[in-house]
Design a protein around this ligand. Structure first.
Ligand SMILES: *Cc1c(COP(=O)(O)O)cnc(C)c1O
Length: 368
């Protein structure tokens, strides 16, 4: 029995891509699938995004791009992160496009020049000479999810700096800007989080017409009754004050169910139940409404339990939770509804250094 199962709904992903494409048109939609598709599987999600109208896939590193290229010979692949001189030959051979901020612009490889208009991280402050192999000009917003005035200022600085090069592909918008700052859509938008049906604003993704792609479920592996004074978990952080039914779910922080999630809610047989006590490495406890059988389904993420709600409990963003779902030989990832040409099962995931989400040979679907 698998300890838990992650499902990736590619039909939902395609619907999100179509929604964002329609919104962004005539700008192209570029799908950001870095960090293994935000933990959703870069190859499967990238392929589905292309099917649904995305025209380019974006990743952070050359390593990620090479993993994609091995499976996807056709599409444009853009590396958004910084690269070194040692990467150029590899990039050329794999037909990658590179992002260059400061420093020398490599030759014989398509380059996107990145301007720092306010993020203060990568990129050049002043646009100098634009060599012939530069195909795009870009910038990245620091606050498109929280402060649109600052983002508008960044956009203004970008448009002024790049005015003379309006013939090149100019791109600035991430998901939040695509949704809230129409004037930033320009020639292409680079959407990541929204593809996966997660709100960049930490609110309900449905408000923006997006559908969550990732579901995560497990089951009650053990059920017990605590008498007053009895406790569950490390540190005796939860001590029953009355007779309490406790279910143990075989998922923990090593799977990406973070240790700070005490107090969040999951669904047990469809009913919201509180996570109590200390989340341990491979298990956590839920307070049950009453005695329930071992094997009762537990929804960790899905309808009624969005990733965003867990992120609020942790004081973080859903991006961090999604990318932190972890390898476990007995945790499966299954694609549903939208089958990929290979038959729809995700059997491997691209490495980012070491891959952090793996699917084992037992990933051939099936309930936990
Ligand atoms: C990650 C990233 C994006 C996508 O951001 P989302 O908020 O996930 O849409 C866009 N552009 C750049 C440069 C990025 O690094």
């Amino acid at each position: 029995m698998a300890r838990s199962e992650v499902t990736i709904d590619l039909a939902a992903l395609r619907a999100n891509v179509r929604r964002l494409s329609t919104l962004a048109a005539p700008a192209e939609l570029w799908a950001v699938v870095k960090a293994d598709g935000y933990g959703h599987g870069a190859v499967d999600c990238g392929r589905a995004a292309l099917d649904a109208g995305a025209t380019t896939l974006c990743v952070a590193t050359v390593g990620e791009a090479l993993e994609l290229r091995a499976q996807l010979p056709e599409p444009r692949l853009l590396v958004l992160g910084p690269t070194g001189a040692a990467d150029v030959a590899t990039a050329r051979e794999a037909r990658l496009e590179l992002t260059v901020g400061d420093g020398e612009v490599p030759v014989d490889v398509p380059v996107h020049l990145k301007l720092d208009t306010g993020m203060g991280r990568w990129g050049t402050r002043v646009l100098g000479e634009v060599p012939a192999n530069v195909v795009g000009l870009m910038t990245h917003f620091a606050t498109s999810d929280t402060d649109l005035d600052f983002a508008r200022g960044q956009l203004t600085r970008f448009l002024e700096a790049t005015e003379a090069h309006a013939g090149l592909t100019r791109h600035t918008a991430n998901s939040a800007a695509t949704l809230r700052l129409p004037e930033a859509r320009l020639d292409a938008v680079r959407c990541g989080i929204a593809l996966y049906g997660i709100s960049p604003f930490g609110t309900d993704a449905a408000d923006d017409g997006l559908t969550p792609v990732l579901g995560w479920r497990s089951e009650l592996a053990s059920v017990r009754n605590l008498a007053p004074g009895q406790s569950t978990g490390y540190g005796r952080r939860f001590v029953a004050t009355e007779e309490t039914w406790i279910g143990t779910v075989p998922v923990g922080y090593a799977d990406g169910f973070r240790r700070g999630l005490t107090g969040t809610r999951v669904l047990v047989a469809g009913e919201a139940c509180e996570v109590v006590g200390t989340v341990s490495m491979d298990a956590f406890a839920v307070r049950l409404p009453g005695k329930l059988p071992v094997g009762t389904e537990v929804t960790l993420v899905g309808a009624g339990v969005p990733l965003e709600a867990h992120a609020r409990v942790l004081g973080t963003i859903a991006y961090e939770l999604a990318t932190g779902l972890r390898a476990n030989p007995a945790r499966t990832r299954r694609l549903v509804q939208g089958l990929s040409p290979e038959g729809g099962l995700s059997r491997s995931s691209p490495a980012r250094g070491a891959s952090n989400v793996r699917t084992g040979p037992d990933s051939v679907g099936g309930s936990p």
